[in-house]
Design a protein around this ligand. Structure first.
Ligand code: FO1
Length: 327
């Protein structure tokens, strides 16, 4: 067992936040204090948007706030105990989106970020600066420095920002596809491919495979970096007992023709030995019957409890993922 494994996690959203907390917990349980030196999180930025003149990075912020212990864990986004005075004022001005809440403390984050971006810092440098405020215990990298916000295209050709589709329409409008305009010109953010090349394991968090992990993998150069990595690539199923844990990932999966099942998501990522990504795939005890199907796809499947209902369970899951990589 490598005592200080170098870990890269690809993550986004609530599932990503809980899993990253679990990885940090598992490292601490192994007696590793400087977890930031060994844990790199590559975060989805497809959820990002400009609103009321500020740049929002929902997944970056969810993971940052969770690691800092200042997140609203009930709601799954924003700061705990936040207030909404500025948001009410914005609504009086008819500015922003009436269905989208910008908390007062959260707005401080967006203002700081936007200011630094306007001064010319790249998103990577901004995130590095933001990471200094709290001892996060992880190095966070955006998937890319390019702006490639996810757009949902409906069957009739209507296009809308992912956040409008997700928060205003609660994913009830059937999507034809998801796009990240301009992603063909994007590159992985500085440090991402290097971290993957140096890693002992790459973990795919149980995040939405389509709109969280999907955009990360769609950055040109990302899949090649993963394929070339000497590290094992271990994924964690976001589907438990045939259902999404939270959020509306099932609608996203249906839109790209993938069944909402742990085996189907594994097949979607594919076996590394067959030009896909995964060496191993963690599935829930509830899905044990799918183990053979996953193995038949050329992916080693491991059955383990996947519910991240508290820090200890999240850490146990992360430990199982490290174990799956032989670490
Ligand atoms: N989700 C909502 O359902 N309603 C909101 O008003 C809302 C505001 C919001 C503000 C900042 C932020 O970082 C996230 C916010 N979210 C909100 C969450 C976000 O829309 C999504 O859950 C994620 O992008 C999906 O991972």
């Amino acid at each position: 067992m490598t005592s200080t494994p170098r870990i890269v996690v690809l993550a986004g959203g609530v599932g990503g936040s809980r899993f990253v907390l679990g990885v940090r917990g598992a490292l601490r349980a192994r007696g590793i204090d400087d977890t930031a030196a060994v844990l790199t999180v590559v975060v989805n930025t497809g959820d990002d948007l400009w609103l009321s003149g500020v740049r929002l990075q929902p997944d970056v912020d969810s993971i940052t706030y969770a690691l800092a212990g200042v997140n609203d864990s009930e709601r799954g986004w924003g700061r705990v105990g936040d207030t909404e005075r500025v948001n009410r004022e914005l609504q009086e001005w008819d500015a922003g989106w009436p269905w989208f809440t910008l908390g007062d403390l959260d707005l401080g984050t967006h203002l700081a970020r936007t200011g630094w971006l306007r001064e010319g810092l790249t998103p990577t440098r901004v995130l590095e600066r933001m990471s200094h405020r709290w001892p996060l215990g992880a190095r966070l990298l955006p998937m890319t420095d390019a702006e490639v916000d996810t757009v949902v295209v409906l069957a009739d050709g209507t296009r809308m920002h992912f956040q409008e589709w997700w928060t205003r329409h609660r994913a009830t409008l059937a999507p034809a596809r998801f796009e990240n305009p301009g992603i063909e010109h994007a590159r992985p953010a500085p440090g991402v491919t290097e971290a993957i090349a140096d890693a002992d394991v790459v973990l795919l968090a149980p995040s939405n495979p389509v709109v969280s992990i999907g955009p990360i993998l769609a950055v040109p150069g990302m899949r090649a970096a993963l394929r070339d990595a000497s590290a094992a690539i271990v994924g964690v199923s976001p589907i438990i007992g045939g259902k999404v844990v939270r959020g509306m990932a099932d609608v996203c999966l249906t839109a790209i023709g993938v069944e909402t099942s742990a085996a189907a998501v594994a097949a979607h990522y594919g076996a590394r030995s067959r030009h896909g990504l995964l060496d191993a795939w963690l599935i829930a005890e509830e899905d044990e019957a799918l183990s053979a199907e996953v193995a038949g796809r050329g992916i080693r499947s491991l059955v383990t409890p996947l519910w991240m209902t508290d820090a200890a369970r999240s850490a146990a899951l992360a430990e199982a993922a490290l174990g799956a990589a032989g670490l």
